[in-house]
Design a protein around this ligand. Sequence first.
Ligand code: HPA
Ligand code: ZN
Length: 336
Amino acid sequence: MTDLTDFISGLPKCELHLHIEGTLEPELKFALAARNNVTLPYADADEMRAGYVFHDLPSFLACYYEGMSVLLTEADFYDLAWAYLAKAQAQNVRYAEIFFDPQAHTSRGVSFDTVIRGLRRAVMDAHRLLDVRAQLIMCFMRDLSAGFAMATLLESLPYREWIVGVGLDSDERDNPPVKFAAVFARARAEGYQLTMHCDLDQENSVDHIRQCLDVIGVDRIDHGVNCLESEELQTEIKARGLGLTVCPVSNGYVRGSAWQDAVRQLLDRGLRVTVSSDDPAYMDGYVTENLLAVQATTPLSAAELVQLQRNAFEAAWLPAAVKDVCLAELDAYAGR
Ligand code: HPA
Ligand code: ZN
């Protein structure tokens, strides 16, 4: 079989499922801790990495939220996003849609304005200086109340032009999509695009995906792999042309090898599957490593690797003219 490692490296990529707080590498965490006089419970970056032990979504999330204590100023959020965008450029990510979790910061006393101004400035600088495009997606934390989510949505409105859509993340257990029906209806009315996490093998996973379609009317689904358990869901997702943002390395951390052929299966069924990296600093894999992880278990052809990127650019929340530029670049790489 052809080794496609170099092909994957150079492939123009589109990343649609990336939590900016999940890109906080231990080295940057120590630098920000020093700048902000925060004491970390580890001696150094290696010890911190060794302390990243998780086996399911809640154990990962505990580590992920704890790590945010060093993010306090606008400059911290700028540095965080800039570090990711520089990494993205090195992996030839041409466009990224980036989640951020405002409630994880406002609940610690860091203002919404501080968070978004830092992230926004990095996004603007990346376009100008790195030739990488990006947009921001605001996530609500589903394990917090719908009232807090609504208040956060209202707080975001003065920054509406800096945020392309809203998502839903954190612990899915006992926190179904319908809990946030009113919040997402208001977000839609404000012109935001809508997505939601449907994590793997949750209680009622299939039902939660159904709610995303029937009650929320999402424009995309994050993860969503459990649609493979329902022919009806697959038919509906396909009919609506919804993208599924699958994160193979992250899924491996949370569910072992249970769904390691998910990308292969979703591609074979003609669904608009994409590959992203979720929380790369905690899971040791940016988007290139995620594509290589798929190759290692269920090898794809060059044409299928291109198809994954085509799916992502098509599912992206970009104006048609910009999408066309990205797709033309992808076609040129693929030799069309
Ligand atoms: N699922 C839910 N919440 C999250 C995730 C995820 O994959 N990453 C960061 N917050
Ligand atoms: Zn995620």
